[in-house]
Design a protein around this ligand. Structure first.
Ligand SMILES: Nc1nc2c(c(=O)[nH]1)N[C@H]1C(S)=C(S)[C@@H](COP(=O)(O)O)O[C@H]1N2
Ligand SMILES: [Mo]
Length: 379
């Protein structure tokens, strides 16, 4: 704990290390990290739904907003974490290193907390930058470590609650700040922290907030890509250049009643639906586009199945985690869930999933399977 500076005695430390500053930044960090955790957990549940979980198909833009919030709050947490660490680092050199067993536990929990939050923010940042310099499967590890971070965060908040309460109460007193011997004033440090956080958010948020696109210098994936929509994995990378253009291609639809196959011309001859729907990648970028194709409920009815069933989707891409997806009942019943053939007024580009791809409202991009070859009713 820091001492109140006594009259006439210069402060030995900069105001950045004042507990009032630490508590303020800690509060902001808890809010941004909490938001990041909640939206991340939601995204995980949508991608790996347990039996008690259902995710609605409307509003069409909801996942775009929650995942945008996940990435933006994660980015905002980076400058906040750095400021928080700067604010408390003198405590690292406290002596004695360990005063008691509870003190040891507390210090250990702070070590676990800092390491896990640091890990989450750096792996998340590298992921949105589409840079994978590791050889573990990112989502699994990012998800597991998130629980460690939140668990140790709760312990930390519980332990520090009295200090936080006192510090935040003291912040509201209106007494003029005492002069510091060096560095920024408390308010100056807080203002700088907020400004850096705002700058980090502005620099990256354009990947998902359209009107920020022009100010986001670091924004990844805006509207580059064929047909004005970014591409996540190209047809070449997925190894489907030949199979997707094969004139023998047929869409196979398997229901309990029958197995039917459709040529592209037959799919085009079915009633077509046009919808404006976003692709919202888990990596944070998102883009709206106009899609035209066969509504899944129509296709199911045409093959003797009822909308509302669960449908397994298989891609021509034969390896990789994204080569399959499952469309739950909420979505197979929604007339805006499409097997898309056209994008923004033209035939689907090979990189966007030609000959056909799934595009459903309010779903993560990874589940919008491209180069579809087979739909199978599984329940
Ligand atoms: N078969 C297949 N479908 C896929 C993918 C993939 O790698 N393979 N990537 C998914 C991901 S992560 C996203 S964000 C969207 C992106 O669609 P787009 O490349 O048309 O923008 O496609 C999805 N569909
Ligand atoms: Mo994605």
């Amino acid at each position: 704990m820091e001492e109140e500076p006594t009259k006439g005695q210069p402060r030995s430390r900069s105001a950045a290390h004042d507990e009032r500053v630490t508590a303020r930044i800690g509060l902001w960090l808890a809010i941004s990290f909490g938001l990041c955790f909640a939206t991340g957990l939601l995204s995980h549940l949508i991608q790996h739904p347990p039996s008690w979980f259902t995710w609605p198909s409307r509003p069409v833009w909801l996942y775009r907003v929650t995942q945008g919030t996940h990435v933006i709050s994660g980015i905002a947490s980076i400058p906040l974490l750095l400021a928080k660490l700067w604010s408390v680092y003198p405590k690292l050199f406290e002596r004695p290193v360990v005063r008691s067993v509870p003190h040891a536990v507390e210090r250990l929990s702070i070590l676990v907390l800092s390491a896990s939050v640091f890990f989450e923010l750096t792996t998340g940042l590298l992921n949105v930058a589409q840079n994978y310099p590791w050889n573990f499967y990112f989502p699994t590890v990012h998800y597991a470590v998130a629980w460690i971070a939140v668990g140790s965060l709760l312990v930390h908040i519980a332990v520090k609650l009295p200090v936080v309460r006192r510090a935040l109460e003291r912040t509201t007193d209106r007494k003029p700040e005492p002069k510091t011997t060096s560095g920024l004033s408390r308010r100056g440090f807080l203002r700088t922290t907020l400004l850096s956080t705002g700058a980090a958010v502005l620099a990256t948020a354009g990947a998902t907030v359209p009107w920020l696109r022009d100010v986001s210098v670091l924004s990844w994936r805006s509207d580059n890509g064929p047909q004005g929509v970014p591409v996540n994995r190209t047809a070449a990378a997925a190894g489907v250049l030949t199979s997707a253009r094969d004139p023998e291609w047929r869409l196979e639809v398997v229901t309990s009643a029958a197995t039917r196959s459709f040529t592209l011309a037959e799919l085009r001859a079915l009633p077509q639906t046009t919808a404006e729907l976003p692709i919202a990648c888990v990596e944070g970028w998102s883009a709206n586009a106009t899609w035209t194709g066969v509504a899944l409920p129509d296709l199911l009815r045409a093959t003797g199945a009822a909308p509302g069933v669960t449908v397994k989707v298989t891609s021509l891409e034969n390896r990789g985690l994204y080569s399959r997806s499952t469309v739950p009942g909420e979505h197979t019943a929604d007339p805006l869930t499409l097997l898309a053939l056209d994008l923004n007024g033209g035939e689907l580009d090979l990189d966007h999933g030609y000959p056909c791809r799934i595009i459903a409202p309010n779903r993560p991009g990874v589940l919008q399977t491209k180069w579809v070859r087979r739909l199978e009713v599984v329940a």
